[in-house]
Write a protein that binds this ligand. Sequence first.
Ligand SMILES: Cc1cc2nc3c(=O)[nH]c(=O)nc-3n(C[C@H](O)[C@H](O)[C@H](O)COP(=O)(O)OP(=O)(O)OC[C@H]3O[C@@H](n4cnc5c(N)ncnc54)[C@H](O)[C@@H]3O)c2cc1C
Length: 395
Amino acid sequence: MFDQVDFSSLELPVSARKLQQEVREFLQAEIAAGAFTRHLGHTEFNAEFTRKVAARGWIGMTWPKRYGGRERSYLERFVVTEEMLAAAAPCAAHWFGDRQTGPSLLRYGSEQQKQRFLPAIARGECYFALGMSEPNSGSDLASVKTRAERAPNGWRVTGQKVWTSWAHKAHAFFVLCRTAPDSGNRHEGLSQLIVELNAPGVTVRPIRFMNGQHHFNEVFLDNVFVPDDMVVGEIGQGWKQVTSELAFERSGPERYMTTFPLFTELMRRLGTAPDARALEMVGKLTARLWSLRRMSLAIAMTLDPGPDGDNGVARATVDLATEAALVKDMGTFYEREIIDAARLLSEVEPTPDATDTFERYLAETIVCSPVSTIRGGTTQVLRGLIARKLLGPLK
Ligand SMILES: Cc1cc2nc3c(=O)[nH]c(=O)nc-3n(C[C@H](O)[C@H](O)[C@H](O)COP(=O)(O)OP(=O)(O)OC[C@H]3O[C@@H](n4cnc5c(N)ncnc54)[C@H](O)[C@@H]3O)c2cc1C
């Protein structure tokens, strides 16, 4: 059964280790200069920091040079992402463009779209959000109701998106919508359009986290005009396009490392002579982290076309949906276990405005802990997907 999933073994090449050191030094200097405050739970939006990361060549780094990329390996990108998470760096401005929108545009976008958006994303000047979920269409994405009607030279889009992270700061978002009536096959008749968030007819309203933070939104689209040149890929192929992004969305270090800084603070707090219970907990968590990292790295390596590859176009054709679902499911539970260990091994009453970093991180992660097993696909949905691949369809 398990020969159906592939997590090949690997070692980080020298170039990746060199880059890792470079990123660490950059982040240490930024932290020392007070360039950002480290927060856990979700990554912060900091346009200035994003521009500095871009200037280093770490956004769109696997993309072709002609689109502003650096033609570096996917593994090197992995290393950068991992270091950003370990430092709780504020990457929200470029997170989606770098991880999802850029690769999607590379694969499906028109030449005009690639030239317009990719270099701007890589420069850290253009931010994208993701417009998939709707009220009653989250896990069941194929049931989206937002529709686009044909208009002269374009489309008129009407509907509502929800949980749209950073739509209040992004320039544009990919909208999954219905461009043809339901034919009985719900995966047909869907398309992806690029909608600019300042277009007439777009209204963005905040939905605040329980701690008051403004991370995501509901977005209303009222007869919004989208010109033909903002259709991504082919009309009617939206389902295939949107699902091909999922291995990128689910397999990266952001699925098991968002509470990692709490783990390092916990170890600092435990000091050099932890008791037997603490040793056992920390040992188990460290071993699990190493396994998850290997799994995630194995996916990054498989997605990586290598030095003679095609600059990221072919990798999107590799189907690693099951492997990616495994990483996300195991990774997000692992993140919660770090919080549980921190609560059990410390006797603090955490508050978000504590001056002690451990206490602040603990408070932030407790409040945000429900999000990780929901965003990017819920636990139940991922397990259904894994079971179908490993066990086959129900007879
Ligand atoms: C922090 C955060 C950020 C997000 N950012 C974005 C974003 O930027 N853009 C965007 O488009 N979306 C975003 N989302 C939305 C996210 O993708 C959805 O919340 C998620 O897909 C679940 O959909 P839902 O909320 O509609 O829940 P539902 O799909 O209604 O699920 C409710 C419950 O039913 C269960 N369930 C549903 N279907 C099945 C099934 N077939 N089998 C078993 N159980 C099932 C689920 O597991 C869940 O427990 C974000 C969510 C969060 C929490």
